[in-house]
Design a protein around this ligand. Structure first.
Ligand code: E4P
Length: 217
């Protein structure tokens, strides 16, 4: 299972990279705005800075909603760095753009996916990643993890190579549940990744080992 961090915060990206388990980064316009990154040039420079920190794929989202605009924007983003994955929304022109990028060998991440039908279409168009937003579904009392299960089943039925990128991860149990279902990738906040480390018995056990070591030395 690949681990992506879902943030535009460079300190958090560095921290996750330093842990040695980071496979990539996802960003979106809201995450950029949260860090105060606005304006075309600043956004472009921020993508470049992220690519310098991590070794893996970095999703950069197009803002256009028409086919021509997405193609132009996506091609420019892809030229920024070999790690850039063009993030395209799940709309009709987005599907056409994903097909175009796929034929050109440009990696894509189909974002804002909320149904198995959308995920099927994204795979047919040749998306590299499909991003079902599980947290936002849970927020409206719909089963986000159930969607991951449905997509896994459909992709396995036909051997689609599109990777399921479980997105809108809110907490550590989301990561664990996605791992059990077989999501290829998860993207979440640093806090959710850090949560995987914690267990009170680890802390108690370590304190005991250190105390016993001190007794004998
Ligand atoms: C995915 O790529 C999105 O950036 C993200 O996971 C959205 O998550 P949110 O629902 O927490 O905004």
């Amino acid at each position: 299972m690949k681990f992506f961090i879902d943030t535009a915060n460079l300190d958090q990206i560095r921290e996750a990279q330093d842990l040695g388990v980071l496979d990539g980064v996802t960003t979106n316009p809201s995450l950029m705005a949260k860090e105060g990154i606005t304006g075309h040039e600043n956004i472009i420079n921020h993508y470049k800075a992220i690519c310098e920190i991590v070794d893996g794929d970095v999703s950069a989202e197009v803002i256009s909603t028409d086919y021509e605009g997405m193609v132009k924007e996506g091609e420019a983003l892809a030229k920024l760095h070999k790690q850039i994955v063009v993030k395209v929304p799940m709309i009709k022109d987005g599907i056409k753009a994903i097909k175009y990028f796929s034929d050109k060998g440009i990696k894509t991440n189909c974002t804002l996916v909320f149904s198995a039908g959308q995920a099927l279409l994204a795979a047919k168009a040749g998306a590299t990643y499909v991003s079902p937003f599980i947290g936002r579904l849970d927020d409206i009392s719909t089963d986000g993890l159930g969607l991951i299960q449905e997509i896994r089943l459909i992709y396995d039925n036909y051997g689609f190579e599109t990777q399921i990128l479980a997105a809108s991860i809110r907490h550590t149990m989301h990561i664990m549940d996605c791992a059990k279902i077989g999501a290829d990738v998860m993207t979440g906040p640093l806090k959710a990744i850090d949560g995987l480390m914690n267990h009170p018995l680890t802390d108690i056990g370590l304190a005991q080992f250190l105390a016993d070591f001190k007794k004998g030395n």
